[in-house]
Design a protein around this ligand. Structure first.
Ligand code: ZN
Length: 425
């Protein structure tokens, strides 16, 4: 038995029964490229006039041929030349034509190809790659992405999550601002700049009533926008990111250690241990081995990590205090012990080393820092999103237009659903 039009319909993903093939497919040049062309027509008498609603005086009024890009099975572009019946209503003189869900009005890309374009866009291909693959222009690929983004209502200003996270990252040549939903780990939006002016202008598009619903904002302390939060979100508590708190004191401890290293000979075992095994200083003291000696190639003998650290701390009492401060903060953060954290910050006295600066910042925002231990929110999930955005930037190159870039990011993370208010905790 020979193939029937049913086979072709399956192949081209045509489900509309009103699309009828009129003759065999042909190979012909289209815009200078040898292409495979199918011929079909769409001719169904409409029940009534879409303009006046009458049904008794509709007459056929010629055909309109559309050239639609359809799924292709080789390198060859494949088209469907679809003749659509036109009609005229003698009541109101309206002219209209048959439509099919196989292709959107005023579009030359069939729905199955459109789905494939979106699918390819999800996998981080460049616009040029996708457009060449489906024989359409870059602009058409971007338009398909934009239309999809529009459906997901990414740019709404009527709702905000209760728990926000703020962060910044470098995607283009300058720093960008990003905010997300801390409960669902979704992107809210990305701004091309992180200035107070831009951020304020952006959030003021949401009504005060909407902004009053926000309960927490998680952020890093080094960001200037911490001062914007009370005015923009009058009921929100600021939560400094836990990882960021630890990072502030670990950076300081590293710098103090390097200072101490400069005071001892490079050949000393203290110097060699501090240089080669610096990561051991950042580990939680409780987790270090105090009993079983292991071989340390930095010093060349068996000893416990605790002994070796003690040996180095003996070099300088301020180094010791900085280490103890770091350990106390690390433990307080890990165990969510607000009292211990506040005690450490309040009992700290200046060491005249780099630790002073970090502790001063933490004390200045003590309430917001303590909130990190009271709430489980953090902006850590934005890190993952930021690195994905950098990947998009590197592979889906050619984004000079910010809005296009953002729509692409959202498309690759088709997860933002502003209507879902169900929290996970
Ligand atoms: Zn009419």
């Amino acid at each position: 038995m020979s193939l029937t039009s049913k086979s072709i319909r399956f192949a081209l993903e045509i489900t509309d029964p009103n699309v009828i093939f009129t003759k065999d497919a042909e190979i012909e040049p289209i815009q200078g490229v040898t292409s495979l062309v199918y011929y079909a027509k769409l001719s169904v008498l409409p029940e009534r006039c879409p303009q006046c609603g009458f049904s008794d005086r509709i007459v056929r009024y010629g055909f309109d041929q559309e050239r639609i890009i359809v799924p292709s099975f080789s390198y060859r572009p494949t088209y469907l030349k679809l003749s659509c019946q036109r009609f005229r209503c003698k009541h109101c003189t309206a002219i209209f034509q048959n439509r099919t869900d196989y292709v959107r009005p005023h579009c030359v890309v069939s729905e199955p190809v459109r789905q494939k374009v979106l699918f390819d866009a999800l996998s981080n291909r460049s616009l040029t790659d996708i457009s060449q693959r489906y024989h359409i222009s870059d602009k058409t690929v971007q338009r398909i992405i934009d239309e999809e983004a529009e459906l997901h209502n990414y740019h709404q200003t009527t709702w905000l999550p209760e728990h926000l996270a703020f962060d910044e990252f470098k995607a283009t040549n300058k720093m960008n601002f990003i905010w997300g939903d801390s409960d669902h780990h979704e992107i809210g939006s990305i701004l091309p700049s992180r200035t107070s002016y831009q951020i304020t202008k952006y959030f003021e598009r949401f009504s005060l009533q909407v902004r009053q619903q926000v309960k927490t904002v998680s952020l890093d302390l080094n960001a200037g926008y911490i001062n914007l939060v009370p005015r923009l979100f009058p009921n929100a508590k600021i939560v400094v990111d836990r990882f960021h708190i630890v990072q502030m004191v670990s950076t300081a401890l590293n710098m103090v250690r390097v200072q101490v290293m400069k005071t001892v000979p490079k050949s000393s075992k203290e110097y060699r241990f501090m240089k080669r095994e610096w990561k051991v200083f950042l580990k939680r003291f409780e987790e270090l081995d105090a009993v079983r000696p292991t071989y340390h190639s930095s010093v060349g003998y068996y000893d416990t990590a605790v002994n070796l650290i003690a040996m180095c701390l003996d070099l300088d009492s301020d180094f010791r205090t900085a280490y103890e401060t770091y350990q106390a903060i690390l433990s307080a953060v890990k165990e969510r012990d607000v009292t211990a954290l506040e005690r450490t910050l309040n009992n700290y006295y200046a060491l005249n080393n780099r630790m002073d600066q970090s502790i001063k910042s933490l004390k200045k925002y003590q309430e917001q820092v303590s909130n990190a231990l009271r709430y489980h929110y953090s902006n850590g999930f934005l890190e993952g999103i930021n690195s994905q955005i950098k990947k998009i930037k590197n592979t889906a190159y050619g984004y000079r237009n910010w809005a296009n870039f953002i729509n692409r990011i959202f498309l690759e993370r088709v997860w933002f659903r502003p209507l879902s208010k169900n929290t996970v905790n």
